[in-house]
Design a binder for this molecule. Sequence first.
Ligand code: ZN
Ligand code: ZN
Length: 418
Amino acid sequence: MPAIIAPRGTRDILPAESWKWSYIINTASKTMTDFGFREIHLPVFEHTELFARGVGETTDIVEKEMYTFNDRGGRSITLRPEATAGVMRAAIENNLCAQGASAKLWNWGPMFRHERPQKGRYRQFYQIDAECLGISGAMADVEVIALSIEIFRRLGLKNLEVVINSVGCEKCRPVYRQKLVDYFSAHLGELCETCKDRLNRNPLRILDCKKESCGRVSDGAPDIFDSLCDECREHFAEVRSGLERLGFTYTLNKRLVRGLDYYTKTAYEILSGDLGAQNAVAGGGRYDNLASAIGGAKIPGVGFACGLDRVALVMEEQGCSFGEMPAVTVYCVALDNESRGAVQVLTHKFRTEGISAECDTSGRGFKAQMKSAGSCKFACIIGADERANNSVAVKNLSDGSQISIPVDEAVTYIKERM
Ligand SMILES: [Zn+2]
Ligand SMILES: [Zn+2]
């Protein structure tokens, strides 16, 4: 029988990589806390309707990419393809934004989309997500954008570009949408098959098409800034001046629409020059219509998601620091079989005192144990003599020096030299 392997588009994050992920998540977590965001944990599956109504029936995600199945009770369930709809669902269900209250929430975890796997893109991928709910003013947009930039600053990422746009609201977007339909209809022959199909269902997505021919047509498309209503225009101006006050530089891109229907007003991405065509490390924006689309009260929101797999990849490529790889401080070594019990007792003592310690549990000989100790700072060796007089031989593995001390003093001795 062939061995079972992981499904296509998934991968195992092994210890050689997982400590780097911990560094990224811990850095993000601290930054979120500094910005007043609090962590929530959400289900990884939801009712399919949440995404159909929230993300939008005509989006690529809902049409082609969701992992949807009927559970044993016959309910249609979907593995979450993104986090925002679930966060909003939770906020509504738990009354987090009742009576005009606001909620600043973050979470991280796996998302699922059935896409063609490629470098830095997986079918089970991981996102760090932050959502600010209940505030309609532009200062919230600025805070969210600043938060995402600050996470990347702390991670040491270089060559990032912040790109922003406004995608309008339910008042002005239909006007813009019609302008686009008129414009693209006149250039139908130059569009790719996907975009021809998008024309009447989701014409804004044509602006986002990566095909060169579609890009050329989009270059001449009507400008969204000319269609924005006064409210959207003013909001966008406030976002821009807010970012400038904080000293951030950004680029305007009127073709930035993002792939989800729920965005209103601000849309933004943070791009890295180090990922080729797939270069967004974070993206987000405002979504004032999401709550009503999924059947709740009107709750404005603004947030972002950042791709953990991609961030790790870019950090790797840019030679960013992931802090220190976790290492074992002390390796306890048994000189003979009779000392193995005493060695395990000492190892456990170190561990309960918060000193990372390791010992052999598989019965290997002295030489093999000393070899394993090689990557540690100290080896604590116990043999017949040490057991007889309650001592331990402590070898400093960086300079080779060795002394004998009472076993009761081992913890203090190591702590002073860590
Ligand atoms: Zn508007
Ligand atoms: Zn196209």
